[in-house]
Design a binder for this molecule. Structure first.
Ligand code: ADP
Ligand code: ADP
Length: 243
């Protein structure tokens, strides 16, 4: 089954930069796929078109068979809920606790009003809190739940971001340079967590990386991009043969 189907995507930014040229790619439901390419190749633009953070200039995007190219408003929020997104800079709410950041993962998409005067934690039911703790335990940081997000190391913050994405119960995971700001050891941990989520939950994962060694070790399928075009689609072994 197809998780994401991108057809003939082009993206021209308002300043005239052509970031994608006619990219067609299908991400299957069983894919753990890594996109490699130099900085500026268009990797991040492709991911941001796929969860509709941005709208492609031309072409179409389907999520599990449903065309989402032109949705907006509440439907757009639904699309973003279905796609768990992880960023290089974690994008946590720094002054909130870890568990609150995970709860935000549910809140963002539910239009559940937050009362600013109350602790966010107390506004969630016991079941919702338990679910959030469980997401933290899945990334191995259940013990950090009540620390402030900005008191954690980079690797720990990225694990919180993954737990937050898990809390939205996504159908697919997209990760935009998730290890680019991390040391080698945390990078390994984060990649292992993504691989395990893929294996255990059967969630398709698409990761942008510029480290070719990580790509070859973790990518069951590798996509290569250059200057806005898709120039390679194969296994790590195929890539070895080509270079
Ligand atoms: P990558 O993720 O491979 O580094 P990007 O998708 O970030 O590539 O960028 C592709 C090209 O689009 C680059 O030339 C980049 O400078 C440009 N670009 C990215 N975002 C914007 C933007 N918001 N406005 C204009 N140009 C952009
Ligand atoms: P968002 O805030 O939705 O993620 P932005 O367009 O602000 O999107 O930035 C996304 C990425 O594109 C950033 O990494 C930024 O460095 C890059 N970018 C933004 N504007 C430009 C631009 N005019 N030229 C090149 N790269 C850009």
């Amino acid at each position: 089954r197809e998780a994401i189907q991108a057809k003939e995507l082009s993206k021209v930014y308002p300043n005239g930069t052509v970031a994608l040229r006619d990219v067609s790619v299908t991400v299957n439901a069983n894919d753990f796929c890594v996109i490699i390419g130099l900085s500026g190749a268009g990797k991040s633009t492709l991911l941001r078109c796929m969860n509709r953070l941005i709208r492609p200039t031309q072409g179409s995007i389907a999520l599990f068979g449903e065309d989402v190219t032109r949705v907006n408003g509440g439907q757009l929020r639904q699309v973003r809920r279905r796609v768990g997104m992880i960023f290089q800079q974690f994008n946590l709410v720094r002054r909130l606790t870890v568990i609150e950041n995970v709860l935000v993962g549910r809140l963002r998409f539910n239009a559940h009003p937050v009362k600013r005067c109350l602790s966010m934690f107390r506004q969630f039911s016991k079941a919702e809190r338990e679910f959030a703790f469980d997401c933290l335990r899945q990334v191995g940081i259940g013990d950090l739940a009540f620390r402030r997000a900005d008191a954690l190391s980079g690797g720990q913050q990225q694990r919180v971001a993954i737990a937050r994405a898990l809390a939205q119960e996504p159908e697919v995971f997209l990760a935009d340079e998730p290890i680019a700001s991390l040391d080698p050891r945390s990078s390994e941990t984060v990649m292992q967590i993504l691989a395990r989520i893929h294996e255990d939950k059967g969630i398709p994962v698409l990761v942008n990386l510029h480290h070719i060694d990580f790509a070859q070790r973790y990518g069951k399928r590798i996509l290569g991009m250059s200057k806005g075009e898709l120039i390679f689609d194969g296994t790590a072994r195929d890539l070895d043969a080509e270079t």
